[in-house]
Write a protein that binds this ligand. Structure first.
Ligand SMILES: Cc1cc2nc3c(=O)[nH]c(=O)nc-3n(C[C@H](O)[C@H](O)[C@H](O)COP(=O)(O)OP(=O)(O)OC[C@H]3O[C@@H](n4cnc5c(N)ncnc54)[C@H](O)[C@@H]3O)c2cc1C
Length: 409
């Protein structure tokens, strides 16, 4: 069943949302508690609240879980520390457009409201997530930062401010992007050098004039370096993560390369179930995907000087592995993130500090799940087009456990 709802994507006013089955969902008897009124009830009105499941994070991963839990008629709540759904996209840099065309940016039950070849802006993606919540009446509580997850008498206790949420199931959908990662030697840099992490970068005018070093040559680093090369002399330091050998946005890329890359390579071929996927996984987790929009020659044409990795600091300036010292006035750290999940007070992290999980099921903690991690199951797990499969599987597990509580996981 399809229904058009009022568009909220600002520069796509003429597109209507193709809501595939929200009406069917409501008709299936999803309980009242999933309505907005429940979501908007002041949390402090009841300092302890019980649910079948608590979902932490209202990005694409948490909302996808919510969609499937709602379809199964479960009582759940989605908590998010941001003020508005979509803010994790809104807070990214101003000029950011998705590398995935609209055709691959829909979520379960709703297509992205734009022509399939259109590359949405980050704000359009944010508005799409907000429209998704409204349309499926998902019970999101914004401004609810989870401070602690513990387990007491076989139930999880999720503390967010003054409120304790108690549930047999918790899904951590907080992504792998919470805490900026910057090398220790950054502290030795001359204080006159402006340092900023990619997560805080918005636009070129924030930065000092003069030479500028972008550290980290993955997708974010390459895109930010290419933008800054219009206003600054830019060096881009780091290992090249590989790139697609086709022009992004071309018909060849749209019709042949991207569908194969997203649907076949990232979604099926590179997974924990295939030898090639298991081999590629550590690199994907540490270094991200190959460059999707830009090729080295695009960077060269933009005037970006590609250099080796930064090895340390000498006399207050960054020094490269080849011994060169760069005289720069700004450094943009595109060096990635730590998961920032230390509020989970449970023994669920492996030796490298990562959540120990298989296909979203956290090891050793029955009822605890995760969604949207980088390469959680496949290379597509952390991307918009890949999150639905993992989310549905986790929601199925939760529903099965509720039907048969003796089930271990
Ligand atoms: C620059 C950039 C560009 C990208 N472009 C694309 C693209 O074009 N196509 C694509 O498919 N993918 C893209 N991705 C990858 C991915 O789709 C996005 O990172 C997406 O935002 C991940 O969604 P998520 O729901 O897993 O996490 P997020 O969107 O980060 O949502 C996690 C939510 O959890 C909340 N949260 C975290 N900790 C807590 C807590 N303690 N308590 C309560 N709430 C908490 C946060 O507030 C946040 O809202 C991009 C990623 C980046 C970084």
């Amino acid at each position: 069943m399809e229904r058009a709802i009022a568009p909220t994507v600002p520069s796509a006013k003429s597109y209507s949302f193709r809501q595939l089955d929200a009406v069917a969902l409501r008709a299936s008897g999803a309980p009242e508690t999933h309505g907005k009124s429940h979501a908007d009830a002041p949390a402090s009105a009841n300092p302890e609240q019980r649910f079948d499941a608590v979902v932490i994070g209202a990005g694409q991963a948490g909302l996808s879980i919510g969609y499937h839990l709602a379809r199964k008629g479960l009582r759940f709540v989605i908590l998010d520390s941001n003020e508005r759904v979509g803010d994790s996209w809104r807070h990214r840099w101003d000029s950011l457009r998705l590398f995935s065309p609209a055709r691959f940016d829909g979520l379960a039950g709703m297509r992205f409201p734009a022509p399939p070849r259109y590359f949405p802006t980050k704000d359009e993606m944010a508005d799409f997530l907000e429209a998704y919540v409204a349309s499926f009446e998902l019970p999101v509580r914004s401004g609810a930062k989870v401070d602690e997850v513990t387990r007491v008498d076989g139930h999880y206790v999720v503390v967010a401010g003054n409120t304790r949420y108690v549930a047999a199931h918790v899904v951590v959908a907080a992504a792998s992007y919470q805490k900026p990662k910057i090398p220790d030697f950054a502290a030795e840099l001359d204080p006159s050098i402006r340092q900023i992490h990619a997560s805080r970068y918005r636009r070129p005018s924030q930065l000092n004039p003069g030479g500028l070093l972008v550290v980290g040559a993955g997708n974010s680093g390459a895109e930010i370096a290419s933008e800054l090369a219009r206003t600054h002399q830019v060096w881009l330091a780091g290992r090249h993560p590989g790139h697609l050998p086709f022009k992004h946005g071309s018909a060849l890329a749209y019709f042949i390369v991207l569908p194969n890359l997203f649907r076949v390579v990232f979604h099926r071929l590179l997974s924990v179930d295939t030898p090639i996927g298991r081999k590629a996984r550590p690199d994907f987790i540490t270094h991200g995907t190959p460059l999707i929009r830009l090729r080295p020659k695009d960077l060269d044409q933009a005037g970006v000087r590609r250099v080796s990795r930064v090895a340390g600091v000498e006399r207050g300036q960054p020094v490269l592995e080849d011994g060169r010292r760069l005289d720069v006035s700004t450094i943009v750290w595109c060096t990635g993130f730590q998961a920032g999940l230390d509020w989970i007070k449970l023994p669920v992290f492996d030796a490298s500090g990562r959540l120990d999980q298989h296909r979203g099921v956290v090891a050793g903690e029955p009822g605890l799940y995760v969604a949207g991690l980088a390469f959680q199951y496949s290379a597509s797990s952390g991307m918009i087009h890949g999150v639905a499969r993992d989310a549905e599987r986790v929601a199925d597990r939760i529903a099965a456990r509720l039907r048969a509580p003796a089930l271990r996981h």
